[in-house]
Design a protein around this ligand. Structure first.
Ligand code: GAR
Length: 190
């Protein structure tokens, strides 16, 4: 089976971007990351993409008059690169109609909670404030709802401490395993 072509969207650090690239390069995932997209030019993910030799699109949403306008720009790049699957990895922006229609059922997201708990921004902070004892991560399909698409994979992370850095390190480590696993579940379906 030929390798599927993935674009990863990220707004920040990009550790999940790197984990997906590594899984593809090592053959754990039968795909290739052909594009990295960021809405924050200069974010650390751009350094990771440069190191990995993955082509990059950096854009500023405020340079466009609407979400539809910048998503149309992105769509033309995605089509040019023949992208078949979009993986959101810390992309802190709601996907709009243009991309949802063009890539229906082919956009995934990773979220640092056991959805449907703690949707939206700062899920880890929300869960800590609530005093939960089992944290977690979720990979799900993206639809027009906020963090509400069908769940593909989840992992629970029991943690009774209060150190956010420790907790986030555990969450990231788990994300880097579960995202490639979730991609492997989806690839035969697209
Ligand atoms: C990840 O923990 C991911 O779950 C979270 O952003 C982080 C990005 O880390 N995503 C969300 O909160 C989406 N609502 P990374 O840039 O190191 O991959």
């Amino acid at each position: 089976m030929s390798k599927k072509r993935i674009a990863v969207f990220a707004s920040g650090n990009g550790s999940n971007f790197e984990a997906i690239v590594k899984a593809c390069v090592e053959g754990v995932v039968n795909a290739e990351v052909v594009l990295c997209v960021t809405d924050r030019p200069g974010a650390y993910v751009t350094e990771r993409a440069a190191r990995a030799g993955v082509p990059m699109i950096e854009f500023r949403p405020k340079d466009y008059s609407s979400k539809a306008e910048f998503e149309s720009m992105l769509l033309s790049h995605l089509r040019e690169k023949k992208v078949e699957l979009i993986c959101l990895a810390g992309y802190m922006r709601i996907i709009g109609e243009v991309l949802l229609e063009a890539y229906a059922g082919r956009i995934l997201n990773i979220h640092p909670s056991l959805l449907p708990a703690f949707k939206g921004a700062d899920a880890v902070g929300q869960a800590l404030a609530y005093g939960v004892k089992v944290f977690g991560v979720t990979v799900h399909y993206v639809d027009s709802s906020l963090d509400g698409g069908k769940i593909i994979a989840q992992a629970a992370i029991p943690y009774e401490g209060t150190d956010r850095d420790d907790l986030e390190a555990m969450i990231h480590a788990r994300e880097h395993i579960i995202y490639p696993e979730a991609i492997n579940k989806v690839l035969p379906l697209i």
